[in-house]
Design a protein around this ligand. Structure first.
Ligand SMILES: [Zn+2]
Length: 488
């Protein structure tokens, strides 16, 4: 009989401290594809659907697509929002039964009112429906809370390895391959998790993360090791399982998986702060940029802690205020979330000089709104930008100018993944000395080629950058940096 594969996606990253509440409409307005409506290109959290489609014919399985949906990272998801999307997918699965494989595109840090571990809940319900012999595989973002429920419920979990997340499609392909081999009884995956008891994030756009991940990739498929995932964790969440964990999946040998997971976890812990880049205060960052910029090549400053990808608004005015203190410096900043200002600029039209109040509005942590007379220099119905194999919409958008400062305002919260955020609105980045992007590190692959240098900013928030100051109430202790790390 032909193998049957069911696939669906349900994802968001929940910053439980952000006052940006999420309901079903945030998913429908973000990315929502009912069965069969998924585009040919993958998205960050729905790549398993595309990977499964591409191999259906050659592998000879029947693919049943469920709903694929995600919302831009923000605050707590409503109970009704989560339950209605979860049950929609479970109903589709029920219709599709019996199935041999369920492939889920998840994030791993979705928190809803009443559900601290949405993915653990979803996977458990999928297992209850699909039965003990169905192979359940899930792809997660590395910024997840890898819970015992997720690992127990799924046969195979594969997280992104790269930060920036340049490998979401490659990891979906790995997941599919392992699930097919498991269903055909060619491998017997057993998982082991090492809990680092703390936060140990790193970037793969720089050392030591780069070489480390290259080594992980080389280990996979060798000596009985099927898959290695480093769940960096997502610190802006008050949940029990926040923190960095290492997941190793071995072929039938749990002790081998556990030994390697511990070895790799201890290696990451020993890096300590050495794995993080220097973070510049706003003034310090601008000064460094002026020194390092080259003709035709600006310095790109990442405003990491006002990154919509971390669940905050992306309308902090701190860096705009800092740049306005340097009216002689050709600079650009974007994309900042302000749908009201965008609609005013679009109505005024390109070339109009208008008094505008913009940004600094979503929350007290966004800073003060800016009042200025601005020139509208560009508008668009939809600012659509590439991110690896995917396309990301920032909705209607406008570019405004104050002196030598160009500012991109957008209607939809999304990270500044690539230069078209600016260039599609007519801003020439090669004429700038300073370019500030609202992104943590996903911008890196696309911006590094146009930059004299990339530097990271510490603008103070609103994302909580210092875990030792986060008011956690649920995290399992000991947990560094709240406690000394028991492994060190
Ligand atoms: Zn991530």
């Amino acid at each position: 009989m032909r193998m049957r594969v069911f696939t669906a996606s349900l994802a968001t990253e929940t910053n439980t401290f952000a006052p940006l509440f999420v309901d079903r409409s945030a998913f429908e307005g973000g990315f929502y594809c009912p069965p069969g409506a998924h585009p040919d290109t993958p998205t960050l959290c729905s790549a398993p659907t595309v990977a499964a489609r591409r191999r259906a014919a050659s592998e000879g399985y029947e693919l049943v697509e469920g709903t694929a949906t995600w919302a831009e990272p923000a605050g707590l998801v409503s109970q009704e929002g989560y339950e209605s999307l979860r049950d929609e997918i479970l109903d589709q699965l029920k219709e599709a039964l019996p199935v041999d494989i369920v492939l889920l595109g998840l994030h791993g840090s979705m928190v809803a009112r009443g559900y601290d571990d949405c993915e653990g809940d979803l996977i458990a319900r999928v297992r209850a429906l699909a039965g003990p012999h169905c192979v359940i595989g899930a792809e997660l973002d590395m910024h997840c809370h890898l819970t015992a429920e997720m690992v127990a419920g799924a046969d195979i979990i594969v997280a992104f390895k790269e930060f920036p997340h340049t490998d979401f499609l490659a990891r979906a392909e790995d997941l599919l391959e392992l699930c097919l081999k498991t269903a055909r009884k060619q491998v017997k995956p057993v998982s082991a998790v090492f809990d680092c008891r703390g936060l140990a994030a790193f970037m793969t756009s720089r050392e030591p993360g780069r070489s480390f991940v290259d080594r992980l990739l080389a280990m996979e498929g060798q000596d009985g090791i099927l898959s290695i995932s480093i769940a960096h964790g997502f610190q802006a969440a008050d949940v029990a399982d926040v923190g960095t964990k290492v997941l190793v999946i071995a072929d039938g040998d749990e002790a081998k998986a556990a030994t390697l997971a511990k070895e790799l976890g201890l290696e990451i812990l020993r890096w300590g702060q050495g794995a993080s880049p220097k973070h510049y205060k706003p003034e310090e960052g601008i000064a460094a940029a002026l020194e390092l910029a080259k003709p035709g090549k600006p310095v790109v400053l990442a405003d990491r802690w006002d990154n919509p990808g971390g669940g905050v608004a992306g309308d902090s005015s701190v860096m705009v205020e800092a740049l306005l203190l340097h009216p002689d410096v050709p600079a650009a900043i974007g994309a900042m979330w302000d749908p009201v200002a965008v609609s005013l600029c679009r109505a005024a039209g390109v070339g109009a000089e208008i008094p505008l109040r913009f940004i600094g509005k979503a929350a007290p942590s966004s800073g003060r709104p800016i009042d200025a007379v601005v020139t509208v220099t560009g508008t668009t119905e939809d600012l659509l930008i590439p991110f690896e194999q995917s396309w990301v919409s920032l909705g209607p958008a406008a570019a405004i100018r104050i002196g030598k400062l160009d500012i991109v305002l957008a209607s939809t919260r999304a990270q500044t993944f690539s230069p078209p955020v600016f260039t599609d609105l007519g801003i020439d980045l090669s004429a700038k000395k300073v370019v500030v992007v609202k992104s943590s590190n996903h911008f890196h692959a696309a911006f590094a080629p146009i930059a004299a240098q990339v530097l990271y900013l510490d603008s103070g928030g609103p994302y909580p950058p210092d875990a030792s100051k986060i008011p956690y109430t649920k995290v399992k202790r000991p947990f560094s940096p709240l406690d000394p790390n028991p492994w060190l």
